[in-house]
Design a protein around this ligand. Structure first.
Ligand SMILES: C[S@@+](CC[C@H](N)C(=O)[O-])C[C@H]1O[C@@H](n2cnc3c(N)ncnc32)[C@H](O)[C@@H]1O
Length: 300
């Protein structure tokens, strides 16, 4: 599946990835070292600095940041298009990690007649949409369309990560999406999910996708290289969906994609009431990339 292949830019071969991790593992878990709930990886700041360069890189070798609405319809959970297509003029959609914001442009002015995108954009009065990206990737097309639509129908916010915005600044949303954006890249997974849920209206839903993870239904193959790993306090593997299902006041559904290049989990989190509480997960290992390799450890 081509859109998934584009993700692998940061890691050229499995061997290189393995070599990188072995070095880190030797440094991190050499004599006397053990798991703690703090990042134990030496030189983790170097990895963060490398990651900043990945965000800033443009042109060849840069990650994919221009997926349109059809690609969103393909990689997000079933029901996303229907939900987006049924929003009205006073509703709001937030796209976290929007890149160029092409999905939002397509929603307002569908570029192709592909059935999935048409369905997502079928409502006559469109929801207001907000795009968030760390780096400003606005195109001329974005600027022109924003000026044409006027009245703040579409907004593009950059220069900060999601966690740096307050709820007052952003307001509440009926739908939040994240396609290979903050959910795949954040160094603070529990804080990220908490922030997303604080920005959702009750009854609203977060639609996202996570590549190279242990699948909820266990259909991923042995020998898979996982890019996001979760372990419990005793370092036992935990599936991302099992962890998400511990969040109070939400309903979590997970779909598994195994025919793709990497085992991929499509995730929908619906907020059913206030009082959301997200179990803590602390970053213990991080390798820069597109996307990065991350390991989190859950608190007791
Ligand atoms: C690989 S691009 C994906 C862009 C777009 N969703 C697409 O599929 O074409 C990753 C995007 O996520 C953004 N991003 C990563 N971490 C983020 C965070 N914590 N908060 C906001 N944006 C983030 C990047 O700045 C970039 O816009």
């Amino acid at each position: 599946m081509s859109s998934i292949k584009c993700l692998a830019n940061g890691w050229n071969t499995a061997a290189a990835r393995l070599a990188g991790l072995i070095v880190i593992a030797l440094q991190a878990f050499g004599p006397g070292a053990g798991w703690t709930q703090e990042p134990v990886q030496p030189q983790i700041d170097e990895q963060f600095a490398k990651q900043e360069k990945i965000y800033r890189k443009r042109g060849s070798g840069s990650y994919t940041a221009n997926r349109g609405l059809s690609a969103y319809a393909e990689v997000l959970p079933a029901g996303f298009c229907d939900a987006l297509g049924s929003l009205g003029g006073s509703d709001r959609w937030l796209d976290i990690g929007a890149g160029e914001g092409r999905a939002i442009l397509d929603y307002y002015e569908p570029q192709d007649s592909a059935a999935p995108a048409e369905k997502c954009a079928r409502s006559k009065t469109k929801a207001r949409a907000v795009a968030i990206s760390i780096e400003d990737r606005r195109t001329d097309q974005w600027k022109e369309q924003a000026a044409r639509l006027g009245d703040d129908r579409i907004r593009y916010l950059s220069g900060k990560r999601l966690r740096e915005y307050s709820v007052e600044e952003l307001g509440l949303f009926h739908i939040i999406t994240d396609v290979y954006g903050g959910f795949t890249y954040t160094v603070n997974l529990s804080r990220f999910v908490e922030q997303v849920l604080s920005l959702l209206e009750i009854g609203g839903a977060f639609y996202t996708v996570l590549p190279a993870v242990r699948l909820e239904d266990g259909t991923d193959k042995l020998g898979t290289w996982y890019k996001t790993e979760l372990v419990d306090a005793a370092s036992r593997q935990v599936k991302v969906c099992s962890w998400l299902k511990q969040i109070s006041s939400t309903e979590v559904t997970c779909e598994s994609k195994i025919g793709w290049d990497e085992p991929t989990q499509l995730i929908k989190i619906r907020k059913v009431s206030s009082g959301v509480s997200v179990p803590r997960a602390n970053l213990v290992e991080y390798l820069a990339g597109a996307p990065p390799n991350r390991r989190f450890q859950l608190e007791r």
